[in-house]
Design a protein around this ligand. Sequence first.
Ligand code: RP5
Ligand code: MG
Ligand code: MG
Length: 279
Amino acid sequence: AAPHVKSRSPLYGGTKVKRFPVPDDKVMWSQTWPQYSPVSYTDPAVAKKPQWADPDIGSFSPKFNSIDGGVDRTSFEGNYKVEKGKPLNPRGRTGLTDRGLLGRWGPNHAADPIVTRWKFDAKGGKILHSVSKRPILQFVAIKRKDCGEWAIPGGMVDPGEHVSLTLQREFSEEALNSLMVPASERAKIHERITKLFKSPGFQVYKGYVDDPRNTDNAWMETVAINFHDESGNSVSELPLQAGDDAGQVKWVDVDSSFPLYASHSSFLELVAKERKAHW
Ligand code: RP5
Ligand code: MG
Ligand code: MG
């Protein structure tokens, strides 16, 4: 795999903390580099011990590379190393140690629901891209409140939670604002999207995410699944409403030039290839 890039962003995940600069040829741990002097950072939000975060190493010893109680500490990238009690990022150096903004030591598991439809014209025909001549896909994107970047409405897998539930829950919270709509409407939304999310979906990706919050000891991993509304009459008709950690939500044309958070653009490229859509 190509070396991670966003995991080495000069400023750490929207904070003012500066990462120790890591050149491409020093990313891999196998490259000895005595001069490496990363900064340690644990965000106050993590340090104050919220329920979603691990305690500090020393006061507890998690079972790395295994399912630890409800928490999945296994990695899609295989067994990761643990050095001086702290797990090592499988993709190498990031210029920052400890957890930063992430709650878990080691892998932090997320799920990304990629909900798509075809872009139709007024007569109901698929719109072809003027250059590629391929039909254009659209996906539900949210604008993240933390960094202002557009992204897939994904989120963290809760301890013991089935990924299939995380996908539907996060989509409902961030793109349909399920946490805020009255209970009566919530049931209706639930009913309408359950059908789409019950369909097997296309597994787009499973593994490490090049997320700007990654550190030497904590990193994002995800399962990205594409749920496609072929006829455009299921989820396409649902009123989108941003909620939770999403500031805005909209249907966005799937196109290589649209910048997205973390590795999300590479996931959409895979969706476009699979569905023979414009990219
Ligand atoms: C990304 O962070 C994942 O791909 C997923 O979209 C997201 C999960 O984190 P939160 O949205 O819960 O912050 O790495
Ligand atoms: Mg969320
Ligand atoms: Mg989220």
